[in-house]
Design a protein around this ligand. Structure first.
Ligand SMILES: [Zn+2]
Length: 370
């Protein structure tokens, strides 16, 4: 069997899951965090950097890679693995989130979504089948179905129609897919409405996907709303399949969602914030441009063993940002991704030892969250 999800342990207090998701390009330990490699690169980092952070699986964007360089070009370069040099597992999204959030939409119908390319203005007709075709060319280990994402807040009717269309599109994706060594993950939609989420999860669970995602969150709702929807959705998904919360989030959001039954995450936050001079540490967030770091010889995070923290001082990192040197964003992205992986590793160990609640309480106290 090409794909396998083994559940090793369930935390006695919280029900959080510790598992291994096996793919053709290797295993992914869960709970796990995927760095985002939008354009076939995790911005500013080499693949060796990314591997050194402890990441198992990375994410690529079908929308961006489908427009540029185009899926035939990626295929000609040997697929996304060969093109980028990343030998580990890769998950690609379907393009749905970008198409529906970049506001270039021309027409949505049952057949497809027609949008304007943000690169050259060309009209593109994205069907569920075409999204799968692109992802098969990219050669990712996991392909996401095309879904209809609605900006929140929205009227219930609109959310319901998009959710029902997402189910029909998921079915079309499953029927089109021809690649046996590519897992297909369905995406639960339904906005902030528990009944719609439950209905969507149940209908998708009845289809034979290798994994399930909770989508359409982290789009401006409060953390409590996100936790509430996640908690209502995961019990409806098959326990023996991995569950992926798309686009989330802050370290605390990851931990709170693991408690609610999530196994996989991706988010641009560690790299985007890193590029902006913002670091995550065990003593809370650090803004490296701040003048107080000017002559500080201490590392960003003295409990971190990444290249940034073992070799460089806060004073030097601040200098790089103030001088606009490209190494600054690289080093902070590297640290932040290492930090995210450390938080996830800690969560895995804590679940295995039935002390996840204690681990989260410690992290909250370190981060100054009450
Ligand atoms: Zn570090």
């Amino acid at each position: 069997m090409t794909f396998r999800f083994q559940l090793h342990h369930t935390d006695a207090d919280t029900g959080a899951r510790r598992g291994t998701f096996t793919t053709p390009h290797g295993p992914v330990e869960t709970p796990g965090f995927m760095p985002v490699g939008t354009q076939g690169t995790v911005k500013g980092l080499t693949i060796d950097h990314v591997a050194s952070t402890g990441a198992h699986m990375i994410l690529g964007n079908t929308y961006h890679l489908g427009l540029r360089p185009g899926h035939q070009t990626v295929r000609a370069l040997g697929g996304l693995h060969a093109m980028s040099g990343w030998e580990g597992p890769i998950l690609t999204d379907s393009g749905g989130f970008q198409v529906f959030s970049l506001k270039g939409i021309n027409k949505i119908s049952e057949h497809s979504v027609v949008f304007r390319s943000h690169i050259d203005g060309a009209l593109i007709d994205l069907t569920p089948e075409h999204s799968m075709e692109i992802q098969e060319s990219l050669g990712s280990d996991v392909a996401m179905v095309l879904d209809h994402v609605v900006a929140l807040p929205a009227e219930r009717d609109e959310v319901q129609q998009a959710m029902e269309r997402s189910i029909r599109w998921a079915k079309r994706c499953l029927e089109y897919a021809s690649c046996g060594d590519q897992a297909k993950f369905a995406i639960v939609q339904g906005g902030l409405d528990v009944d719609l989420r439950v209905q969507c999860a149940r209908e998708l669970a009845a289809m034979n996907f290798e994994g399930y995602a909770v989508g359409g969150l982290s789009v401006g709702e409060t953390p409590d709303e996100m936790y509430r929807i996640t908690a209502a959705t995961t019990p409806e998904l098959p326990a023996e399949k991995p569950r992926y919360l798309m686009g989330v989030g802050r370290p605390i959001d990851l931990l709170e969602s693991i408690v609610r039954g999530i196994d996989l995450f991706d988010c641009v936050m560690p790299t985007r914030n890193g590029r902006n001079g913002f670091a995550f540490t065990d003593s809370g967030p650090i803004k490296i441009r701040n003048a107080k770091h000017k002559t500080d010889t201490s590392p960003l995070d003295d409990s971190c063993d990444c290249l940034t923290c073992t070799r460089h001082s806060r004073g030097y990192l601040r200098h790089l940002f103030i001088a606009g040197e490209m190494l600054g964003p690289t080093l902070l992205s590297l640290h932040n991704l290492t930090y995210y992986q450390k938080v996830m590793r800690g969560a895995r160990e804590a679940i295995q030892a039935d002390r996840l609640a204690e681990y989260i309480a410690t992290k909250k106290s370190q981060w100054g969250i009450t």
